[in-house]
Design a protein around this ligand. Structure first.
Ligand code: NAD
Length: 370
């Protein structure tokens, strides 16, 4: 008999923008094991997303922020006080290999610019720590494979920050699809974009971002097409449009439309852009019904409906759920409904490689993801 006791507890989730939700809707059921271990996490790269994750982790029950890695001493001082982090758990980019000797940190969450992910993940794996890495996992499939190999060799987990894989309305659509409620799925539309501001930011530098909108926001439509349709694509075609070649330099894509073909006959038609606002919509159509998520990938609340009516699953702060679920994956071997491992990240990188190749050649590019 297990000595562990499972409880369903309802906690109030801190919520970003949800003025029209009632109190009952912001009550989020969180399942946790009060006797179980907690995953102790260090955040690497204390920028805007790390701040969001740290704030969300205040409400976690199975994951705890215990360390930080930053190149900016003033941020370290600030975060130490704000999140009660011990001096011995603070590192910079030169010193963090020493994390191997730190028993207070189990995993490191990489939230630095895309081009740094690969090397940082490999160093962390060699230091024996589990790696959680932001999307895109790396700049291309070759890098992604190197990360997977390094983590496998070190026997540590490699997880990718796919927070929507734990989002309740998204999971309900996947459940409905698995039950056949949409019939044969034949079409997906993914619109992912925003108007990017400051032209000097790293997201517009190829050497740090690895590309443009596709690496940053288009990846949501790629990943979303796969989890909404429930298959991996076998071909892609793609077209690029650039209206501002000064802001979006060589190798930094502004707008790409792309299409993906799936083995079951479904087609996905997607848009990735840094030049249009309010683009955050997924639409799935089958022979028996449809599903729409709008917004589909923002921080929430995600809103959605199907041919059966509005989706009413409660909103929970994505990063709180994600970090608790990732703790369960690492500590308990829990299998998520949609994978968040390195192989999942690698599939998206292979598709991105193929999309860029399709843009360059004008050809339909065949892909094999397994
Ligand atoms: P950001 O610019 O706000 O933060 C990046 C951090 O990395 C900063 O603290 C910066 O100081 C640090 N850094 C370390 N070395 C650097 C270098 N050589 N150049 C520039 N900065 C350096 O960026 P962000 O929005 O927090 O994005 C970080 C990562 O998180 C990206 O991979 C991005 O795609 C991802 N992200 C994911 C989500 C999501 O919803 N999953 C949302 C936003 C960002």
């Amino acid at each position: 008999m297990s000595s562990r006791r499972d409880f369903i507890r309802t906690v109030s989730a801190p919520v970003m923008v949800m003025p029209f939700l009632s109190e009952s809707q912001i009550q989020t059921p969180v399942r946790f094991d009060v006797d179980g271990k907690v995953l102790r996490i260090a955040l690497m790269g204390l920028g805007s997303y790390a701040t969001r994750v740290a704030e969300a982790m205040r409400s976690c029950t199975r994951a705890k922020l215990t360390g930080i890695i930053s190149g900016t001493p003033s941020k370290v001082a600030d975060w130490k006080g704000k999140y009660n982090i011990a001096e011995k758990n603070c590192y910079n980019y030169e010193s963090f290999d020493a994390i191997r000797n730190n028993p207070d940190i189990d995993a490191v969450y990489i939230t630095t610019p895309n081009a740094l992910h690969k090397e940082q993940a490999i160093r962390l794996a060699r230091a024996g720590k589990h790696v959680i890495c932001e999307k895109p996992m790396a700049l291309n499939a070759i890098e992604g494979k190197e990360m997977i190999d390094a983590c496998r060799k070190a026997s540590v987990h490699l997880l990718v920050g796919y927070r929507l894989h734990f989002e309740a309305k998204t999971l309900e659509i996947i459940r409905m699809r698995n039950e056949g409620e949409f019939g044969q799925v034949l079409f997906f539309q993914g619109l992912s974009g925003f108007r990017i501001g400051n032209p000097s930011q790293w997201r517009l530098k190829k050497e740090l971002a690895g590309g443009g909108a596709m690496m940053d926001i288009g990846i949501y439509s790629i990943n979303g097409a796969r989890y909404m349709i429930g298959e991996d694509p076998v071909w892609v075609t793609a077209q690029e449009v650039k209206t501002d070649p000064l802001k979006f330099g060589e190798g930094v894509d502004e707008t790409i439309t792309f299409q993906m073909g799936f083995p079951g006959g479904a087609i996905a038609s997607c848009l990735s852009t840094y030049s249009m606002s309010n683009l955050d919509r997924f639409f799935l159509n089958g022979t028996k019904g449809f599903a729409e998520l709008k917004p589909s990938t923002g921080y929430g609340p995600i809103l959605g409906r199907t041919h059966k009516g509005e989706l009413t699953q409660p909103h929970a702060t994505h990063q709180t759920t994600q970090m608790d679920e990732m703790a369960a994956i690492i500590l308990d071997g829990k299998k998520p409904m949609v994978p968040v491992d390195g192989e999942e990240g690698l599939k998206d990188l292979k598709i991105i490689d193929a999309i860029y190749k399709a843009v360059k050649t004008g050809q339909r590019i065949r892909i094999k993801l397994d």
